[in-house]
Design a protein around this ligand. Sequence first.
Ligand SMILES: NC(=O)c1ccc[n+]([C@@H]2O[C@H](COP(=O)([O-])OP(=O)(O)OC[C@H]3O[C@@H](n4cnc5c(N)ncnc54)[C@H](OP(=O)(O)O)[C@@H]3O)[C@@H](O)[C@H]2O)c1
Length: 248
Amino acid sequence: MTQLTGSTALVTGSTSGIGRAIAETLARLGAHVIVSGRDSSRGDEVVSGIRADGGKADFVSADLSHAAGVHSLAEQATGVTGRVDVLVNNAGIYTFGPTAEATEADFDRMYNVNVKAPYLLVGELAPLMASRGTGAIVNVTTGAAVKGIPTGGLYGSSKAALDLLTKAWAAEFGPSGVRVNGVSPGPTYTPGTEAMGEGAIDSFATGIPASRVGEPHEIASAVAYLASTDASFVHGAVLAVDGGYAVV
Ligand SMILES: NC(=O)c1ccc[n+]([C@@H]2O[C@H](COP(=O)([O-])OP(=O)(O)OC[C@H]3O[C@@H](n4cnc5c(N)ncnc54)[C@H](OP(=O)(O)O)[C@@H]3O)[C@@H](O)[C@H]2O)c1
């Protein structure tokens, strides 16, 4: 795959799971990676691992559940090398449950992190990429955004918004040289899915073509492809990396 040497990549939610694998993969391709999340001890661990492998990384702490946290991340991330060339909107929360049991606070938390934060971050960083005439944005969505899961209305709808934003931003920023795409993972083993309880994530893989749950590095390689110039003619695509989850 084409190297990312010389570029700076901000990966939100890279203290854990899929985001961590994305950060490690982009660093192996030569990008200077900005690792981000709320948990600085997990963030420092990811940064140390990347540096130990000869890569470049820094941690910027951010809470993306409110606008001030998003603004602070945009500002601090840009300050690390002076620019952000690749933005991966990966940070996300997922809870499942009946509509009647979700509180207004649950709704706001989900939409703040999954929709509002990427929206505001792109609003801050994409115009800077556009002014340089180059950049790549990859949104991490989910197969649950295209399926009617009885307990998945809140989560799925938040990511369906991100699917649509992927297309709208491709139309908005593509003509200025900024490619915007998405990756839609299927069920994947991460600390987040582990916390859902024993066997919970495995149940999502029952009957899918791959007959198994995915691993974070399998999602990360698709993100790396879309971030690299190998995908130079790919705009507004949401690539399903889901073991066939969404097609059955
Ligand atoms: N795993 C799956 O099966 C699966 C399937 C489809 C889509 N996805 C999507 O893939 C992405 C990553 O999922 P994962 O399974 O890797 O999750 P995870 O292991 O729970 O990690 C979530 C990441 O998001 C960060 N995050 C959460 N809330 C945040 C906040 N308020 N502010 C800043 N960062 C925050 C966490 O960092 P801190 O804890 O340090 O704040 C962590 O780095 C999510 O967008 C998810 O919807 C996952």
